[in-house]
Design a binder for this molecule. Sequence first.
Ligand SMILES: [Zn+2]
Length: 318
Amino acid sequence: MSYESAISGHKLRIVDAHVHLYDGNANNHSFLNQKDEFYEALVGDYSALPRSYLLDGYLRDTNSRRVEGIVWHEYLSDDPVKEIRWGQRLAGTSPVPQVMVALVDFLDSRLEERLDIYRSLPNVTAVREHLGWDATNPKRRFAKRPDLLTDPLWQRGLSLLRRYNFKCGLEVFSPQIPDLLKVVRLHPDLGFTIAVLGWPLDLTTAGYGKWHQGLKELSQCENVCADISAIECIFGLDWRSDGVAPWVLSLVEMFGPKRCMFGSHLPISKLSFGFEPLYDAYQQIVAEFSHDEKDHMFRKVATDWFAIPQIEESRTNP
Ligand SMILES: [Zn+2]
């Protein structure tokens, strides 16, 4: 239990902004069936990841905090529509409010049909596309091409989102932030989620400077919210709090506590130290902020941004 919980006698209330719940028997996630060098290049040795990770396991892992909402993220299945329908059934019966982030491809010729399916599922409130492209490492390339953010056809697809009430996650590596910035500025009426702290690849002082410069400009766009999670993907499975803290604090300083939200990235974060040391570190890093600011970062920002239904008090009292 964290020192804050120990003092108050209450568990910290959280809404977890980034979670993967999946069932390898219901959906096919091929990277879980056999080693995938591309996925390994993103997260490190993931051989210990379970083939299924469901709510009961998640609630056991997060028992040290009071989870009041979960932002479920699609998990690269072979059939994203089948996976999201599965997720909807899960969300429909979950005792913890759960909203979903569905996979999208803005170049897809049947994009509208796909978005209509998502809109028909009550718990889908956001979509995301993986656009990460590492110029120096061919194994760290999620996108089909490096130039999608500047492709007019791709941008036309993105514009379709105006008709839907979905937040939009565009996962990029930090060298792509300048292109992302142009997209965000072109669409002030859409809400963009920045994942993985803007995914810095270069952790040197020079890399920090470039990351900071890009994120600073991005943070000036009011339609952007930052998801602080997957730190093991940036800083390695053996990350240290003192290495992570300056980046997290800079991000919070730039976006402000009312546009930052913490997520566990379970179960991937279990490949590292797991949930409790991670949330202990988060709480320690932002210890100097006011109670209200912390409540925003740990719970309220994600609740509002992803439109998570409020949980009834009686159900959550520990
Ligand atoms: Zn994730």
